[in-house]
Design a protein around this ligand. Sequence first.
Ligand code: OGA
Ligand code: MN
Length: 294
Amino acid sequence: MGDAGMKNQVITVSPMSAYTGAEISGVDLTKPLSDQARSEIRQAINEWGAVFFREQELTPAQQLAFARQFGTTEEDTHVSNMTGVDGLPDVKEVVREADEVRNIGGFWHMDQSFYDLPSCFSVLYARELPPNGGDTMFSHLSAAYDALSTALEKLSGVHVRAHADSAAINAAASGLSFEYYVESRKRFGGIEATHPIVAMHPESGRKVLYFSPVYTDRFDGWTRDESLPLMKYLTGILGKPEHTCRFRWQEGSMAMWDNRAVVHYALDDYTGHRRLMHRVTVNGPWLEPCPKTT
Ligand code: OGA
Ligand code: MN
């Protein structure tokens, strides 16, 4: 890892840690990207899993236009409980009100892993932030894979949508009612998907541990009780501090991460303050099975 690869001509890439995250400067995201700038951003994402831009002043339409330079957007192909911003269903509000105790994404996860074909990139823009707290952490799934002493390539994981709510309810002082959980289960209960636990990133060629301590319910063909001990072990590997970076948002900050390469975690530490983010997700080629080694 490190600064291997082509030298950038347009953007400046400043890595944030050994494996994960880089800040990018030298681009104005309100304007269409040159092919060179776009390919350098892609390259940085392939290397660091998540990239961050600062001091960008974007309307929701400009955020959407930026995202669409990397692929088609969700266009409501997925059932979602997130609202779109006026007239733009693909720009979702990720919001927590000052009097709310529910935190979206307050656990290690990749977006939409409970769909057969999740979106590849998430593009998240900060609109309103708490005075402090509300950072987001990222952890590289290739670093997790590299830390494993055994290849888990024969296993698949079943990812279950409803676990997001059950995690929120179990969180200390969540304030969510059991009725909320029941209602949400009715709506999203059936949504689940099976993915290989170890897969290959189609662009970087790196192997990843595609596992979430919350969304992954069990290994395919195993009972949940059989799965729990090994899942607990994988949970200890995933999100190891050395594999992570932590992004401190400012107004005008934008993050773009690759759900095939990193998990993320929205820190739940700003109770009493409003936080508003806009999210666009981008489609692309999904993870591939690992090439057979024998
Ligand atoms: C998301 C998410 C993290 C955050 O939008 O998918 O997990 O910090 N957000 O808001
Ligand atoms: Mn998320």
